[in-house]
Ligand binder design. Structure first.
Ligand code: NAD
Length: 506
């Protein structure tokens, strides 16, 4: 393990020099460019608060150039023989895999996510490209719906240049998750990565060009949400916006995109329950609940932030949970033994810390583990935190903390579990633990969420629909669902003979 830690550090240090020297620039029409205004902003690591690089602080002018480049490239890309498009996506997957270690260390240093997860993110990013490459051949297929005198059939066609706006929590994986299906559909892309995690976005786009992607098909423009993000959502050449981020931002994006009638797909926040019944395999439920809250620093939209536990097993379950949360290893994310790294930045660190105050003073819940900052660590770290004796109405049960922070709420009956689970504005995921299969199925139908796992942590199968209900989003991603978003369905109706035509003015 120590050897791997040293290797990760060495790889990171070798990469940081050139990054600092060149800065993180836009990539528009295949060219590495500074912002037209020449403005930059600083990006630092949450591990040690050290500067990583100056980043292009772009604005409307840069978005305009990128949108025009993506429009100019659209016809050729969408008309490219599909086998050629497929092979380029395969080549991008291969480039990602060849650079997986570099991507993982940079992502960890930029975001604070432990290397044990970022390593998988790079591999998963490649898998996303490969999965959608496989689907390119059939992407345009439609339906045949014959009528008596007419044959109707549909074809799918790429919608046009699209804007993709991503958050900071899993920036590399989430970018591939959006960009791979867009390219497979024949769309061209302007990507606006989160300002707090810009490092791997330009690298990913560079790798795509190395893999043979034509110029202008994929452009990256760095900068802030209220300038670059807003300009992208308002640009008339951009036909759709695929967005992952906070609920309030999603709402703004709908408003900004309204004058140009943008199609929007929103993947937003969550306050998801893990519902554990007394008849469950409690050891597996414990492993999963801990994993689904404390992995990825708890900065995970699909995490179970509320544990709903049946009262009869509350005491023994929570006792084991306390011991495990106390034992979580907080530290340098580049160390392969680390389980929890720092929060993305100081502002977010303060936000997560403030919820311990809220839990104790405002809500009156019981602090069982954590709160505060770990001693001896310089970056944006927080202690993994656990609150017990909560109820559904408390702020720590209602709001998205987005950190290593779990709230426990007891329940007595199935009906009460459903009521508590649904008593939030969000509806992204739910995890149900019971050995009673009929109860598991009833619960799955009754909880208000876009995705439910029964007796499982979040295991993602790429063809399945991903998305939320209520304030957790609009639309679905994954498999065919992604093509529904990035493509238009056109109906073509052909007369089969001389059917009657009404004769006006005859
Ligand atoms: P955020 O909404 O603050 O930022 C996301 C992106 O939107 C950034 O690139 C930002 O620059 C941009 N942005 C901000 N204002 C904008 C505007 N007015 N117009 C256009 N773009 C704008 O979110 P965040 O803090 O980066 O990410 C955390 C949030 O993302 C959490 O709520 C989390 O639950 C959510 N998330 C959801 C999913 C999902 O699949 N449902 C996945 C990951 C993260």
């Amino acid at each position: 393990m120590l050897q791997m830690y040293k290797k990760n550090k060495k790889l990171l240090n070798a990469a940081l020099g050139p990054l600092k020297a060149k800065g993180i620039r836009n990539l528009i029409n295949g060219e590495s460019l500074a912002a037209k205004s020449q403005k930059t902003f600083k990006n630092s690591s949450p591990i040690d608060n050290n500067l990583i690089a100056e980043v292009a602080a772009s604005d409307l002018a840069d978005i305009d150039t990128a949108a025009k480049a993506s429009m100019a490239a659209f016809k050729a890309w969408s008309n490219l023989p599909h086998k050629e498009r497929r092979d380029i996506l395969y080549a991008i997957a291969a480039e990602i895999e060849a650079n997986a270690e570099l991507i993982a260390v940079l992502e960890s240093y930029d975001t604070g996510q432990p290397i044990r997860f970022t390593k998988k993110a790079a591999i998963r990013g490649a898998a996303n490209f490969r999965y959608f490459a496989d689907k390119v051949i059939d992407a345009r297929n439609g339906l045949s719906t014959p009528d008596t005198n007419h044959l109707n059939f549909t074809v799918k066609q790429a919608i046009g240049p699209v804007g993709i706006i991503t958050p900071w929590n899993a920036p590399f994986m989430l970018s591939t998750w959006k960009i791979a299906p867009a390219l497979a559909s024949g769309c061209t892309v302007v990507h606006k990565p989160a300002e707090l995690s810009p490092v791997t976005a330009t690298l990913l786009c560079q790798l795509a060009h190395k893999a043979g992607l034509p110029k202008g098909v994929w452009n990256v423009v760095h900068g802030f949400g209220h300038t670059v993000g807003k300009a992208l959502t308002e640009h008339p050449d951009i036909k759709a916006i695929a967005f992952i981020g906070a609920t309030t931002t999603g709402s703004m994006i709908m408003q900004q995109g309204a004058p140009t009638l943008k199609r929007v797909h929103l993947e937003l926040g969550g306050q998801n329950p893990s519902i554990v019944f007394a008849d469950a395999d409690l050891d597996r439920a414990l492993d999963s609940t801990i994993f689904m809250k404390y992995s990825l620093n708890g900065e995970r939209c699909t995490s179970n932030s509320r544990l709903l536990i049946e009262k009869s097993v509350y005491q023994p379950f929570v006792k084991k949970l306390i011991a495990r949360v106390k034992n979580l290893k907080v530290g340098d994310p580049l160390d392969p033994t680390t389980e929890i790294g720092p929060m993305i930045g100081k502002t977010h660190q303060e936000k997560v810390l403030s919820y311990s105050e809220i839990g104790i003073k405002e809500d009156g819940a019981t602090l069982l583990v954590g709160s505060g900052k770990p001693k001896g660590l310089k970056g944006c770290y927080v202690n993994p935190t656990l609150f017990g004796d909560a109820n559904k109405d408390m702020r720590i049960s209602q709001e998205e903390v987005f950190g290593p922070f779990l709230t426990i709420i007891p329940f007595e009956t199935e009906a009460e579990a459903v009521e508590i689970a649904n008593a939030v504005n969000y509806g992204l995921t739910a995890y149900i633990w019971t050995k009673d299969s009929a109860k598991g199925h009833r619960m799955a139908l009754n909880v208000e969420s876009g995705m439910v796992w029964i007796n499982s942590q979040n295991v993602r199968h790429l063809p399945t629909p991903f998305g939320g209900v209520k304030n957790s989003g609009i639309g679905r991603d994954g498999g065919e669902y992604s093509f529904e978003f990035y493509m238009e369905t056109k109906n073509i109706c052909v007369a089969l003979g001389d059917h009657p035509i009404p004769k006006l003015g005859a």
